[in-house]
Design a protein around this ligand. Sequence first.
Ligand SMILES: Cc1cc2nc3c(=O)[nH]c(=O)nc-3n(C[C@H](O)[C@H](O)[C@H](O)COP(=O)(O)OP(=O)(O)OC[C@H]3O[C@@H](n4cnc5c(N)ncnc54)[C@H](O)[C@@H]3O)c2cc1C
Length: 324
Amino acid sequence: MSGSRNATVKRRMSASTGPEAVRHDPEVMIVGGGPAGLSGALLLGRSMRHTLVCDTGQYRNARSRALHGFLSRDGMAPADLLEEARAQVLRYETVRIAPIEVTRIHCLGPLQFSVATRQHGDFRCAAVLVATGTQDAIPDVEGMAACYGISVHVCPYCDGWEHRGGAIAILGNGEKAMRLAILMRQWTPDLVVCTDGPADMDRDCLAELRAGGVALREEKLVALESKMGCLTHLVFADGTRLARQALFLDTGQQTRSKLLEDAGCACGENGIVTDADGQTSLEGLFAAGDITKDVQLAVIAAAEGARAALAINRALARRSTASH
Ligand SMILES: Cc1cc2nc3c(=O)[nH]c(=O)nc-3n(C[C@H](O)[C@H](O)[C@H](O)COP(=O)(O)OP(=O)(O)OC[C@H]3O[C@@H](n4cnc5c(N)ncnc54)[C@H](O)[C@@H]3O)c2cc1C
């Protein structure tokens, strides 16, 4: 993004987020300004809905150098994608984006919410879209942080191509790690699953790994060696080193906020229950993006945000015709 455009976005953001501008109650609040939240904001803004996006700026792929698999944006730096997205959203005077943390959402009735924030007290609005994303569990192993996002990854669709044909390790245990390893044979035949302790896999799992030509290492992983973030070796507790160019993690994640659970939304086995538009069990409270635990790609998050925005606009339109 050019310097002058960047400056324009910053000017528009500060004009739209000063204490006076922020204080007005919006019709819709969006919690989270990643691909899901900003995509929702774009369509709500274009639908003439006064929308406030609250964002703490800790988006999931901040450590990644390049975003892949987003049509027309393949290879773009994640920070540039968000800058560009904010610039486009802020062309609509119906949308404000502010560095605000939402701490609680209270449902006061159908299409009626009170939203508590850390910086500006409580807001009232008719609908809320929660797009607060997830946070990956990064194992506390020496050298891991230096490689994360460069040669340590979480998703083969996002970063598998860049390491195709290379020596790859998977860090994880149980059937899920085995499934990831089998999937990754699409990108390389040279695979090792590191379970960081005794393998928690039944005979079928182990047989599947063997049949797929995937090696297994059960020793404790103590360090990653790298050059400028590019992994060179895994180091195990017994002192042995294994040459690898990339490590894919299957070490878990959690949602970045518990706003939906705390608001009283119904939960199922896989987290918050939503309908096809992302509406939770509370009318007017929606979820989009990684938090829905569906496919976790930026392009899907953006699509979910857009779909939720249309459903919110329809719900508000129905309410205003009903009250006339
Ligand atoms: C290392 C890595 C690389 C990746 N690479 C790719 C890739 O190449 N291609 C791809 O498609 N996907 C990739 N992903 C996945 C991608 O990052 C996510 O699918 C995408 O960011 C999800 O968007 P989102 O809007 O749901 O959440 P996020 O982008 O995580 O945005 C959520 C936002 O909500 C804010 N927030 C959280 N809580 C609050 C609160 N209480 N109040 C206000 N704001 C709050 C956060 O600060 C954050 O800014 C990658 C992920 C990782 C970890």
